[in-house]
Design a protein around this ligand. Structure first.
Ligand code: ADP
Ligand code: MG
Length: 257
């Protein structure tokens, strides 16, 4: 088996006295999609934000297999180094597209900006790649100069995905990527995401309270409750034969999430 892309050890994050997430341990292998499920307030976003370097946990290690130095703890690395990794190796898809887009910059600019951030300086090349990526997320080239504020929620989310994937990240974090959308729009976005994940062989961590999302996208699942991982395993195994009482409740939709 290959080296894990990410190894998380004994991670704890508190908000004052309140536990955000605790005792989290897992490995993520290249090309693997990990789903994190659990009811609202179970610690999913806290964990994801700790992994992505947006929050500083009190305890633990987040070891990432960097291209140049192998496994490095992203929690203790310098801030400039972490910011560089965030631009080159990681992507973060927010639930609300406005948190992940620049709303006053054109669609093409939103995608092109990420390319410039990793050193691309050739205008024609940037524009061509932007248009290619808009096409891949089913936004036609005639919208390239429109601002995201003129887009529907589903289009904004597809644009956010294009902006994130254009630089070929090695690890994609997603927090409720379909959460704010109408059901019909969700299905189309999920289809698109599934295609891209497979085609690009992406490693991803997807937080959601929606079991249909992980059923479609995730190879493995972690189930969280009150900040702790209560069950983990292959997605189909966990959903078809849940062992923990809480997972059984989740699967039977008894829990209002
Ligand atoms: P989820 O994403 O699963 O809904 P969160 O990670 O947002 O859960 O929250 C986990 C726990 O941490 C909850 O008890 C929540 O109230 C608490 N929490 C989250 N963010 C903050 C914050 N900024 N300040 C204080 N407590 C927080
Ligand atoms: Mg959340």
């Amino acid at each position: 088996m290959s080296t894990p892309l990410l190894q998380v050890r004994d991670l704890h994050k508190f908000y004052g006295d309140r536990l955000g997430c605790g005792d989290v341990n897992f490995d993520l292998y290249p090309g693997e999609v990990l789903g994190i499920v659990g009811e609202s307030g179970s610690g999913k976003s806290t964990l994801l934000n700790c992994l992505a370097g947006h929050l500083a946990p009190e305890r633990g290690q987040v070891l990432f297999d960097t291209r140049d130095q192998g496994l490095v703890d992203t929690l203790t690395m310098s801030e400039p180094r972490r910011r560089l990794l965030a631009r080159t190796d990681w992507a973060f898809v927010h639930q609300h597209a406005r948190d992940g887009l620049r709303m006053n910059v054109s669609a093409g600019g939103n995608v092109g900006e990420r390319l410039m951030a990793v050193g691309d300086r050739h205008y024609g090349n940037i524009r061509a790649q932007a248009i290619d990526w808009l096409d891949r997320v089913e936004i036609t080239a005639d919208r390239v100069d429109d601002r995201p504020s003129a887009f529907s929620g589903g289009m904004q989310q597809r644009l956010q995905i294009a902006r994130n994937l254009v630089t070929g990240p090695r690890l994609v974090f997603m927090d409720e990527p379909t959460g704010g959308l109408d059901v019909s729009v969700q299905a189309r976005l999920l289809d698109l995401l599934r295609g891209l994940v497979r085609e690009m062989g992406l490693s991803a961590i997807i937080v959601t309270h929606d079991l249909a999302v992980v059923r479609l996208l995730a190879d493995r699942l972690m189930v969280m409750k009150s900040g702790h991982v209560v069950e983990s395993g292959l997605t189909d195994q966990v959903l078809d034969d849940p062992q923990h009482a809480y997972t059984q409740l989740l699967v039977s939709s008894v829990l209002q999430v």
